[in-house]
Design a protein around this ligand. Structure first.
Ligand code: FES
Ligand SMILES: [Fe+2]
Length: 380
């Protein structure tokens, strides 16, 4: 049975007609809509949380946040990457507080129950005095984890309450099979992460990323190297959207305009002429350059606030070279990122006004419109 809030959500969706127009205000400001998005999208889809190079050795771990839940993502002693809810099986205390680290076991800071990195409860002081207590009944609660091109995804869909919507990671990414293999994404090494705290709704970042209609005015430096009107799309429907743009001859998207590292793949001449931009529903932006890959991971915090983790990846061989200059790319995109977040925040401010109403997407905004289409199918 539909609740009142569900019905309100669906009714608001219906007012989007005629398309393509931007989404109504409620989608960007309502706490009720936001809670519904978390439940319908972030609690049921494969959500990006990191890359396997963040876990180089057995015992390495980092904390991930999905749908308001804290999870420990760790490489166990057999080098299997696993995820567990960051919740002690004794009285529920948060187990790990450090954002990342190395440990041979996870020890609860409260009463010192200790868990192996494969989730087994190893030690529970004095619990042998408790009749009927059996350690094997209290492992950490696991979350589904999968790897795609070296990236780590979690899916919080609960098998015990399966609604028939769960899809394996392999099935989910099947449409992209082989599409990105020449960038060697699984083998790349991260050089830098920058975290941005953006005062705008998470959907605005997708819509902003998915068009270059804004590039000439907002990104003058970018537009000099990569003409804003050179965009072509090759994924135009569904959860994976995007395409490519030209890079000016002999240039790279860096502060200097020169390549800053060895190519990330074994490329032919044509591959140096394009940069590829794809959005992976619901929280990944994947930018593929000849000399690096950049990935944005979005973590919605509230209707008006989004944390964005931006990682830059390079050919591992590049790190050994004296001419390797990752900052040339990092500084360039830090500048462009901030230009983007600024207009996203301006959008959020205007959309919150009583004067806002859905506006028409231009012909150059077919991908934001396609993103909205897929999004609406997910939340209704
Ligand atoms: S809550 Fe963790 S050991 Fe008591
Ligand atoms: Fe932009």
């Amino acid at each position: 049975m539909e609740t009142r809030s569900t019905q309100a959500f669906l009714n608001a969706g219906a007012t989007v007609q005629p398309r393509p127009k931007t989404l109504p205000q409620q989608y960007f400001v309502s706490q009720e809509f936001f809670a519904r998005e978390l439940e319908k999208i972030f609690a049921t889809n494969w959500v990006l949380v990191g890359h396997q190079t963040q876990l180089a050795e057995p015992g390495d771990y980092f904390l991930a946040e999905v749908n308001g839940e804290s999870l420990v993502v760790a490489k166990d002693q057999r080098s299997t990457i696993r995820a567990f809810y960051n919740v002690c099986r004794h009285r529920g205390a948060r187990l790990c507080e450090e954002q990342s680290g190395h440990a041979s076991a996870i020890r609860c800071p409260y009463h010192a129950w200790t868990y192996a990195l494969d989730g087994r409860l190893l030690g529970a002081p004095h619990m042998d005095e408790t009749p009927g207590f059996n350690k094997t009944e209290y492992p950490l609660k696991p979350a589904r984890l999968g790897l795609w091109e070296g990236f780590i995804f979690l899916n919080l869909e609960d098998a015990s309450t399966e609604r028939g919507g769960y899809m394996s990671l392999e099935k989910w990414f099947e449409p992209l099979d082989g599409k990105f293999s020449r960038w060697n994404l699984a083998g790349l090494r991260a050089a830098k992460r920058i975290e941005y705290d953006v005062h705008a709704n998470w959907k605005l970042m997708f819509q902003n990323y998915s068009e270059c209609y804004h590039c000439l005015g907002v990104h003058p430096e970018l537009s000099k190297i990569s003409p804003y009107d050179s965009a072509e799309n090759d994924l135009t429907d569904g959860p994976f959207l995007g395409g490519f743009m030209r890079i000016a001859s002999g240039k790279s998207l860096t502060m200097s305009g020169n390549a800053c590292a060895l190519p990330v793949g074994d490329f032919g001449d044509d591959d140096f002429k394009f940069v590829f931009y794809y959005s992976i529903f619901p929280n990944m932006l994947l930018s593929l350059h000849p000399d690096y890959a950049m990935v944005h991971q979005l973590q919605p915090q509230s209707p008006q606030r989004t944390l964005i983790l931006c990682d830059w990846f390079f050919n591992p061989e590049a790190f050994k070279r004296s001419d390797f200059d990752p900052n040339d790319a990092i500084k360039f995109w830090d500048m462009v990122n901030k230009q983007d977040w600024h207009v996203c925040e301006l959008s959020q401010q205007g959309i919150a006004s009583r004067a806002y109403e859905s506006g028409p997407y231009s012909a150059r905004e077919s991908i934001p419109a396609a993103w909205d289409d897929y999004y609406l199918r997910q939340v209704s």
